[in-house]
Ligand binder design. Structure first.
Ligand code: MLC
Length: 503
């Protein structure tokens, strides 16, 4: 297994003049410059007292400093903790307290909010604010581009901590090791044929596995070039895709839907792209076929999760099957089991999808019982997704064992939203569900029973949730009901609620 950072270092030595990243509106960064700035950034972090194993939190918009900090933190053995810039203070407080991060880099617009938080968080020794137009290279210019002694790094060391929503509790920090990252990247390179002449149009957020590992690491590991707009804009992306500059594009179904809708029946030939992938949520069949017709492209659907990176993929060559997430990637083993007994099931039977491989995460930060729950007795990761395996090895997802909602490629666990709703004084009981939605996949809907004599309206409840939760987790709709459908044990039947309310 080649360590991701070692291959990156090799590209920096062997092709220093080649463009690594062109951030839209900024001067392109070559591999040589990338290596130089990352090394200086690492020394800057060391001068700030960052030690191997320290959690380094970064809540910055998608810009070059985010990337330098990410690569430098990982390179010096710190644990990189990316945080969605959309998190409100209440969520940020939890992530910083739970992770015990000592250092936070944040957008200067957040200064007031974060400084007030700092008083409550003794573990957070320092917050450093970065302005939008800051020239990062000059911030770190005074630090050497060499290191006195090489830092020890092994594949079990934690490289990143990524928070995933908790099924029954607050979000958990998934610990991703250097070995996990390398296993993922090796496997994707083999499966998707990444190569140095690839050019990636990178439109995904950087604070998730999809944008950070699958897309960015994927390209840098290959020595390819990345063009990166600060955010996804469908019209701009379509124009760029038509420009013939790119060979690879990766997106979530909501982005593909917007691109497809933009075409409005016109045809654009994007077949010069050798690879267009879809992931983080199920790709609807109509979009798969719509892409073929409108863009002359067969999207490659793959399946992954924060705890593992990528697990299954349709093939680069060969049949990309509609509705299927393909077969296990190189180095990945998958099985379908009866969720009660965990006994393997035959082909064609629906059961829980379980995964093994060097890419599977180490566990959750500070939550050994949650880590234990995540694995079967014989060490398989329980994905919580229901699936079947066809006789020819293709897997098809068939729903979720857990009550997860996926909206715009982001996971939302109902208990977290329900907890926020229950803090509202007028809410007596609530149930949160995902309703099907063409653009977003699903939208968060809350069914609420009000306390006797209390009043509240939809917009008030939505606003109340948004103070506590990132906007994508807050309900888009609130329906007031008198009772919930319940089973004999009094447990709310969410499937019935979906039938009744989603219409
Ligand atoms: C934004 N909003 C969302 C949302 N994203 N609401 C629900 N779900 C989401 N995912 C809110 C905004 O706050 C805004 O609220 C309103 O929706 C409309 O905003 P928009 O401007 O239309 O949305 P936009 O900013 O364009 O974002 C849409 C998007 C974004 C699709 C570009 O959601 C996105 O980048 N999704 C990708 C997520 C991702 O990378 N997932 C990978 C996870 S890793 P208001 O009311 O304030 O205006 C993983 C593993 C794997 O799952 O296998 O890949």
């Amino acid at each position: 297994m080649t360590m991701f950072l070692d291959t990156l270092a090799r590209h920096c030595r062997e092709q220093p003049e080649k463009v690594a990243i062109e951030f839209q509106g900024a001067r392109p960064v070559t591999y040589g410059q990338l290596a130089d700035t990352v090394k200086r950034t690492g020394n800057y972090l060391i001068s700030l007292g960052v030690k191997p194993g320290d959690r380094l939190a970064v809540q910055l918009p998608k810009r070059l400093p985010f990337i330098y900090l990410h690569l430098a933190a990982v390179e010096i053995g710190a644990v990189f903790l990316p945080l969605n810039p959309a998190y409100p203070v209440a969520e940020l407080r939890y992530f910083l307290a739970d992770s015990g991060a000592r250092l936070l880099f944040a957008d200067s617009e957040q200064r007031l909010a974060i400084e007030s938080l700092q008083r409550e968080l003794p573990s957070l020794q320092r917050a450093i604010f970065i302005a939008d137009d800051e020239n990062w290279a000059s911030r770190v210019a005074a630090y050497p581009a060499e290191r006195a002694a090489p830092l020890p790094r092994d594949r079990h060391q934690t490289a990143m901590m990524l928070y995933t929503s908790g099924t029954t509790s607050r979000p958990k920090g998934a610990l991703i090791s250097h070995g996990n990252l390398s296993a993922n990247i090796d496997s994707l390179h083999e499966a998707w044929g990444w190569r140095a002449k690839d050019t990636l149009l990178h439109v995904l957020p950087l604070f998730h596995v999809h944008g950070l590992v699958v897309a960015l690491h994927g390209a840098l590991h290959a020595g390819a070039s990345v063009f990166m707009p600060p955010a996804f804009d469908a019209a701009a992306a379509l124009e760029l895709l038509c420009s013939r500059r790119f060979s690879v594009f990766m997106a979530v179904p909501t982005m593909h839907r917007r691109l497809h809708q933009l075409a409005k029946g016109r045809r654009f030939d994007l077949s010069h792209l050798r690879l267009m992938t879809s992931g983080s949520d199920r790709l609807p069949d109509d979009l798969f076929f719509g892409y073929q017709e409108t863009f002359n492209v067969t999207l490659l659907e793959r399946y992954g999760m924060t705890e593992t990176g990528m697990n299954l993929s349709n093939p680069l060559h060969g049949e990309r099957r509609v509705g299927s997430v393909g077969a296990p990637l190189p180095g990945v083993t998958a099985r379908i089991v009866d969720p009660e007994t965990e006994m393997p099931l035959p082909d064609g039977a629906v059961g829980e999808l379980q995964i093994k491989g060097a890419h599977v995460f180490k566990g959750y930060w500070g939550q050994p019982e949650k880590t234990a729950e995540a694995f079967s007795d014989d060490g398989w990761l329980r994905t919580g997704d229901m699936a079947l395996r066809e006789a020819d090895g293709y897997y098809t997802l068939k729903g979720r064992a857990k009550d997860l909602i996926i909206t715009g490629g982001l996971n939302v666990y109902p208990p977290e939203v329900e907890l926020a709703l229950m803090r509202h004084p007028a809410v007596a009981a609530c149930a949160v569900i995902g309703c099907p939605d063409e653009e977003w996949g699903e939208q968060v809907l809350a069914a609420v029973i009000l306390r006797a004599g209390q009043a509240a309206d939809e917009s008030e409840i939505c606003a109340f949730c948004r103070e506590q939760l990132a906007a994508y987790k807050a309900p888009r709709r609130v329906l007031f009901v008198d009772a919930f459908p319940a089973n004999a044990l009094g447990k709310i039947q969410k499937s019935k609620l979906r039938e009744d309310l989603c219409g």
